[in-house]
Design a protein around this ligand. Structure first.
Ligand code: M6R
Length: 369
């Protein structure tokens, strides 16, 4: 059942190209437009939506954070993302034109379920993004967009996360398409890029051996930091979460722009810092800013582990270790940038002798609050 792999997690990491392709299947038509018939909310209602609220926990929450960038850019609808456990106790402001998106692999996470019940009581429409057919969260939602990752057994979420991203991009692009924002041409180009994302994930998987070797060499470290900007920031959070739950190491993700506001004090000689670098094409300001962040931390002794696009030469002088990912539009970059972080955490956990599929103290689905 592990298909020749030592752990389910390794198998599930390897299944990601298929999971991504399956989640896209049948949702892009021959003309390159999106068809989301499952979204049983009428186009008229979607046009009237004036606020989007995403609720989720853990890794699914990180998918939601990334979705916010995509949704606000392509639809111009204000979007909030909140941990489900915080949302429901906060007396949130919702109304009939609010669209709530609940993201959950298992469909059974109690906090997310309670948040969506609360949202529906306030009259909001709820769309679930879920990987488990017939589970409670989709059953209690107005509509569901299933991710087709197949069963995810390892406690640490990998392929479900990538498919949650795909589903979020689909919703964002579909809303953009329905509402006809000024990004019409960009939306078509991005749909074409999205259609190629499974291949790109495959390419990343083929080049992971140096990442494994690097992870093994860091097995006795106490702390690893992760930095990112824009969508790279939630990717950094996800990299840190994977490392905590699998390697039982202290790991933290930061928005690189926050360094000067505190975290830079943590930098000391030989501290491993993973930096997710946005594409130098497109929003080059973001790229240039992060290159100077890498310089700043390296000048203070950090061991820099840089994840950067193929062809990005600006980072080379400041990278102690360089992990290449294929060229990808910035908003879609998390699909490829997360994969090395999953491999890194899995290998570090193995090197430390930890139980990869069943980390201590954790359960696959958290059905208590
Ligand atoms: O089943 P869900 O997606 O609702 O689960 C949410 C979190 O419990 C889950 O993502 C958790 O953070 C993972 N163990 C992370 O790898």
């Amino acid at each position: 059942e592990k298909g020749g792999y030592d752990y389910f997690m390794l198998k599930e990491i390897a299944e990601q190209p298929k999971a991504v392709a399956d989640t896209l299947l049948g949702r892009i038509d021959a003309s390159g437009s999106l068809t989301l018939d499952e979204l049983r909310i009428s186009d008229a209602e979607l046009r009237e939506t004036d606020k989007i609220v995403i609720v989720a926990c853990g890794t699914a929450f990180h998918a939601g954070l990334i979705a916010k960038y995509a949704i606000e850019h392509w639809t111009r609808i204000p979007c909030e993302v909140e941990l489900a456990s915080e949302f429901r106790y906060r007396d949130p402001i919702l109304h009939q034109r609010t669209l709530v998106i609940a993201i959950s692999q298992s469909g059974e996470t109690m906090d997310t379920l309670m948040a969506l019940r609360h949202a529906r009581e306030q009259g909001a429409k709820v769309v679930a993004i879920c990987n488990t057919n017939g589970s409670t969260i989709p059953r209690e939602s107005d509509a569901v967009l299933y991710t087709h990752a197949g069963p995810e057994v390892a406690v640490a979420s990998t392929k479900a996360f990538l498919t949650q991203l795909v589903a979020c991009y689909l919703v964002a692009l579909y809303l953009g398409q329905v509402r006809g924002t000024k990004w019409g041409d960009e939306i078509h180009a991005v749909i074409r890029e999205l259609a190629r994302s499974a291949e790109k994930v495959e390419l990343v998987l083929e080049t992971m051996e140096p990442v494994r070797a690097l992870a093994r060499s860091l097995a006795d470290k106490k702390t690893v930091l992760f930095l990112g900007r824009h969508v790279g920031y939630p990717v950094a959070l996800e990299g840190a979460l994977k490392l905590k739950e699998l390697a039982y190491m202290h790991a933290e993700g930061f928005a690189a722009g926050e360094l000067k506001h505190g975290p830079i004090a943590l930098i000391e000689e030989d501290l491993p810092v993973v930096v997710v670098v946005p594409s130098p094409r497109g929003r080059s300001v973001l790229h240039d800013k992060i290159v100077s962040n890498i310089q700043e931390i390296r000048a203070r002794g950090a061991r820099t582990i840089v994840i950067a696009e193929e062809g990005d030469e600006a980072v080379v002088p400041y990278a102690d270790h360089l992990i290449r990912i294929p060229e990808t539009p910035t908003l879609l970059q998390p699909l490829v940038a997360t994969v090395p972080l999953q491999v890194f955490a899995c290998e570090l956990a193995t090197a430390r002798g930890n139980e990869v599929d069943q980390p201590r103290n954790l359960a696959k689905s958290v059905t208590v609050e």
